[in-house]
Design a protein around this ligand. Structure first.
Ligand code: UDP
Length: 393
């Protein structure tokens, strides 16, 4: 995909401005490093972003670090603790973490002009690399209330970077390096987000035996406690007493997230013919569900930024989202969706949308326009260009 293709959504002026900003950065060598090529928002973002960066002339690579299950158990606990859960980081665990990252440093020669390290998993890699240019730590998690002991342990690694990018100003920490804030974005041309005909959608639903006779309430999320699948089921159980509806929970597992199977097994204990819980790798199904849903729910308890929220909003579907983290910056409560603090509020908003096609249409239109203006990948690319250029000056 070329940046020029975005003209129909963002206008010629924006595309021209981006190309102008990219000109001085021609042939700049860029590396993005994260911990999985598949599953979760970061992989979802890097996939189109690295292509778009190449399309404007930067030689952009994407590397994913490898590690044994122990490593990902530890980094998942870190991820949870950065979002406020408890952690007991023993010296043994810290040692495994640092050792595996060191092994990845040996395997990956990161001598690029700009290196962007994503999230805590590969964070200490900065210690082992001879910097040829600025290194940026891009943290995607909800950092509003990190565990203080864990943060104290990670902070010295973070301060070896030249800058950090966080999604929103609420995540700012006390750091000796510059902190820049920008939110992720979506690719409108991907299989997940592009237009789909009614027939194509029906075909996907039939394939997965999803009944469409009642309105669909949908949450698409990794099976992760922060996404509160139990809360979504509870809200749906309340809502269906007022308006009959079907709940679809579609989730996948990420390579770097070892808790997925447990959370999936827990939520599967609920049995009801109107409750469809699926773990399938089917991107077109995600698209169809977000498009056809009467309402999409993203009842997260923490959320750095919800790509699923932006994806559904782009499709003109109202989202009832948890009143946390990045979601508060994505949805304007009552204008482009709803923000909720409890199961009861969530149920009430679901009912309100299900009862009023007019409200659904209005919220959906505002949601689509919000994403067009603020959450398409061109905006994200431009912020990276600005950041990369800032180091040139
Ligand atoms: N996703 C998917 N299939 C699923 C569940 C999630 O393709 O069954 C995608 C979802 O559409 C989104 C990404 O995974 O693009 C999740 O990103 P988000 O920022 O919402 O959450 P994260 O997983 O990064 O916490």
């Amino acid at each position: 995909m070329q940046v020029e293709h975005y003209e129909r959504y963002v206008g010629a002026e924006v595309v021209e401005r981006i190309l102008e900003k990219a000109r001085p950065l021609q042939d700049l060598r860029v590396a993005h490093v994260n911990s999985t090529y598949y599953g979760g928002g970061v992989a979802e973002l890097l996939s189109p972003l690295t292509l778009l960066m190449n399309s404007v002339g930067m030689v952009t690579e994407w590397r994913a670090i490898q590690g044994p299950p122990d490593f990902f158990n530890i980094t998942k606990k870190m991820h949870n603790a950065l979002q406020g859960a408890d952690i007991h980081l023993t010296p043994l665990k810290a040692n495994i973490y640092e050792e595996v990252v060191y092994e990845n440093a040996v395997r990956n020669r990161l001598d690029h002009d700009r290196v962007v390290i994503h999230d805590p998993q590969p964070l200490p890699i900065v210690r082992h690399s001879r910097k040829r240019g600025p290194w940026i730590w891009r943290c995607h998690v909800d950092l509003s209330r990190p565990d203080p002991a864990l943060w104290a342990y990670l902070k010295p690694f973070v301060e070896q970077y030249d800058a950090t990018v966080l999604s929103i100003p609420e995540y700012a920490r006390e750091l000796s390096i510059p902190q820049v804030f920008f939110m992720p974005a979506i690719d409108p041309f991907s299989i997940k987000n592009r237009e789909m005909s009614e027939g194509e959608m029906d075909e996907r639903f039939a394939h997965h035996h999803i009944p469409t006779d009642l309105p669909l309430v949908v949450q698409v999320s990794r099976f992760d406690r922060w996404k509160d699948p139990e809360g979504v089921v509870a809200a749906w159980q309340l809502a269906r007493k007022e308006v009959p509806c079907t709940l679809v929970l579609l989730g996948n597992m990420a390579v770097d997230d070892p808790e997925g199977l447990d959370v999936y097994a827990e939520v599967m204990r609920h049995q009801d013919e109107r409750l469809i819980i699926l773990s399938r790798e089917d991107t077109a199904l995600v698209n169809a569900l977000q498009r056809r849903a009467a309402v999409v729910v993203q009842k997260s308890l923490r959320e750095g930024f919800g790509l699923t929220v932006a994806e559904a909003m782009w499709k003109g579907t109202p989202v009832v989202g948890g009143n946390v983290g990045g979601i508060r910056h994505q949805i304007e409560d009552g204008y482009s969706g709803f923000l909720v603090d409890s199961v009861e509020q969530c149920a009430a908003r679901i009912v309100q949308v299900l009862k009023s096609p007019r409200l659904r249409h209005q919220l959906g239109q505002h949601a689509h326009e919000t994403v067009r203006r603020r959450f398409l990948l061109t905006r994200y690319l431009e912020q990276y260009l600005d950041l990369f250029s800032a180091f040139e000056a």
